[in-house]
Ligand binder design. Structure first.
Ligand SMILES: [Zn+2]
Length: 319
């Protein structure tokens, strides 16, 4: 049996980490998932990662030639994680540490950028040259692709749309600032909006029965489907705020598409109807009807194949 050339594609998220065995066509042959436990020491994460890699490689029987890693706060220039928000690891020399431990070359990239690379090479953004990807998860991640290339910026830190200030408010962001887009347009932001609406008006809602810790975006979605007006209003407000910012992004970059990924996209029209209305309302006339709205296939984690594509691309033999 001929061995296929494979690489590890690793997506380190705030909640879960996924380790995939990926071939040169971006196909994920096997995947392992474990809890990142970002509040625990980094050495514990490394022990978990080692276990996952042992499982996926059948204890070293399969030999991936390199690893690509997508992670929050990852700097592709230095190979370091720069003190990612919501992680207690501080600044970690991830590429170097992994290289030593597993004996293969390792490249790292910001997680949102890994997802955009995956989408561009294998997903919804196949053949698109100019697009913006917005990941609506616990927080808000974003990546910009111009002329078929990822925009990295001077220090590899471009694309932090989530931390643009969008409102005068009391919403403290994980970055330490107040009123960032992420505190509105994300799963957490949606829950914060729910509680703001609950305190502001008397609308009857099942959401009044829960504490802040108990609610999540999936519950809000299910209640919206059952006609809960406050839940519907919360999505409407989320879409409206996000649409205002995206209209500005479209004016600035003139992308052919905006691609949405992340758990919050499963809310469908509860989110996208007000979002598209808000974009249209705030667009310059010349930009109207120029942008496609695309939604990622949630069954596939493109950050895994996108991270792996980093190492396939640097090797001339693998196109
Ligand atoms: Zn922020």
């Amino acid at each position: 049996m001929k061995m296929i050339k494979t690489a590890l594609g690793i997506d380190i998220g705030g909640t879960n980490t996924e380790v995939g065995l990926v071939d040169k066509n971006g196909k994920c042959l096997q995947i392992q998932r474990f809890s990142t436990a970002a509040d625990r020491p980094f050495v514990e994460f490394m022990a978990q990662l080692e276990k996952a890699i042992a499982l996926i490689t059948h204890n070293g029987e399969i030999k991936p030639f390199a690893a690509g890693v997508g992670a929050p706060g990852a700097n592709s220039e230095t190979g370091r994680l720069e003190d990612p928000e919501n992680f207690s690891w501080g600044s970690v020399e991830l590429a170097g540490i992994m290289q030593k431990k597993f004996g293969i070359p390792v490249k790292v990239i910001n997680d949102a950028k890994a997802a955009a690379l995956g989408e561009m090479k294998y997903g919804q953004a196949l053949n698109l040259k100019n697009f913006v990807q917005i990941t609506l998860g616990t927080g808000l991640g974003s990546s910009i692709i111009i002329d078929g290339k990822l925009v990295e910026g001077h220090d590899g830190l471009a694309g932090e749309l989530g931390h643009i200030k969008v409102r005068e408010s009391t919403r403290q962001c994980s970055c330490g600032k107040i009123g960032c887009l992420e505190t509105y347009a994300s799963a957490n932001g949606l829950c914060r909006t729910v509680f703001e609406l609950l305190s502001r008006n008397k609308t009857d809602s099942k959401l009044r029965e829960y504490s802040y810790e108990q609610i999540n975006s999936q519950m809000v979605f299910e209640l919206a489907q059952n006609g809960d007006e406050l839940a519907i209003e919360a999505f409407k407000y989320t879409g409206t705020v996000l649409g205002e910012t995206l209209a500005g992004v479209i004016s600035l970059l003139n992308p052919q598409a905006i691609l949405f990924a992340g758990g919050l996209t499963s809310a469908g029209n509860y989110l996208f109807e007000p979002l598209i209305q808000s974009i249209e309302k705030n667009l310059l006339n010349m930009h109207k009807d120029t942008v496609d709205i695309l939604i990622s296939d949630q069954r596939i984690n493109y950050a895994v194949s996108g991270a792996a594509s980093l190492v396939f691309n640097t090797n001339g033999k693998h196109k």
